[in-house]
Write a new protein. Sequence first.
Length: 94
Amino acid sequence: MLFQQYGNTATLSGTTTSSSGTVPKETNSMRVVNTGAIVIFVKTGNGAATATTAATAVNAGDDVILYKDPTHDTVAVITASSTATVYVAAGVTR
C-alpha cells in the first residue's frame, strides 16, 4: 500500500474530551500516529466531528493508515483516560 500525503500534518491533543482538527477533503485515507501510552479513538466528519470511545481505536504507540470518506474535512480524537499527542496526515492510498 502506497500512502501519499496531501497538506500538513495536524497535531491533536487526545484527552477525555473530544478534540478535532481539519484535514483536506478529496483524500481517501489518513495516517494516524498515536504517541501516547494509551488507546485513542478516532472519528471523521464533514464540517464537524466528535469522537467517542465507540469510534475506531488506535493502540498506544501505533502508526496506522485508516480509510477516510473523501467528503470529510474534520478528524476528532478522544481517550478513555489520560492524554496522548496524536498526529494526523490526510492523503491518498493507492
